[in-house]
Design a binder for this molecule. Structure first.
Ligand code: COA
Length: 201
């Protein structure tokens, strides 16, 4: 147990405030999820107010024990917008596995976005399976996105349409993933390329 003195007081007050806000926002996020018809499994927690938008005749399902950070006070990484989980068209399908963590992450789906278990999404990450303006001749058709279990997306990573990422892969900060990545590698850059394998001891 940490001793309470002048040195530790600011830290402890901050921890207490963040914990209290988490309870408050989790309560309201559960109501919002129910309102939007989002299938939310137990033990998910919310820090800050997320945005759910489910288009009619589409599906959003979120596995147990996922964490959503949606406000700059949630952590110290510099979240600049709330988590946004949105289906954009009829038939769209977002499936999020258990134990995933999100900080100011946008998941916007026109077709299918599937996230495995225990995926970590750093601050301000974007995952989308569409170019959004499909009526514009410069765009290509929507294409599903699949991210394997235990993948880690660093801060400000963007995952674009048609991409799949193999399990355990680490996508470095600021990368833009335009093509699929294999499992068990570190990948980086714009466009994102494999830089080395991950060696498991
Ligand atoms: C992925 C990461 C861990 C790799 O770190 P590392 O092991 O120290 O990097 P490496 O030494 O293996 O780098 C290998 C090469 O990739 C390049 N590289 C590393 N990160 C890069 C990035 N984000 N973008 C582009 N290139 C990158 C390095 O410059 C290096 O290039 P070189 O071989 O030409 O010199 C780190 O770059 C990273 O992104 N960390 C941030 C994680 C994060 O976002 N955490 C907070 C949110 S959850």
């Amino acid at each position: 147990m940490r001793q309470i003195d002048r040195d530790s007081l600011p830290h402890l007050v901050d921890v207490f405030c963040r914990m209290t806000k988490r309870y408050y926002y989790t309560f309201w996020a559960r109501i919002a999820a129910r309102w939007w018809g989002v299938a939310l499994c137990p033990n998910c927690s919310f820090s800050g107010r997320p945005r759910f938008r489910r288009h009619p005749q589409s599906r959003i399902s979120i596995g147990a024990a996922c964490k959503f950070n949606s406000s700059p006070f949630s952590n110290l990484i510099g979240i600049n917008h709330p988590c946004i989980i949105a289906t954009l068209r009829e038939g769209a399908d977002i499936q999020i596995g258990t134990g995933c963590g999100f900080s100011g992450t946008t998941i916007a789906c026109a077709k299918k976005v599937v996230l495995g278990k225990n995926i970590r999404c750093g601050a301000n990450t974007l995952i989308t399976d569409t170019d959004w303006h499909n009526d514009d001749v410069r765009t290509n058709p929507d294409a599903p996105v699949a991210i394997g279990e235990n993948v880690w997306l660093g801060v400000n990573v963007t995952v674009l349409k048609g991409v799949s990422i193999g399990e355990n892969t680490f996508v470095a900060a600021g990368s833009i993933v335009t093509k699929s990545l294999p499992a068990n590698v570190v990948a980086a850059g714009c466009p994102c390329k494999v830089i080395r394998p991950i060696l498991f001891l």
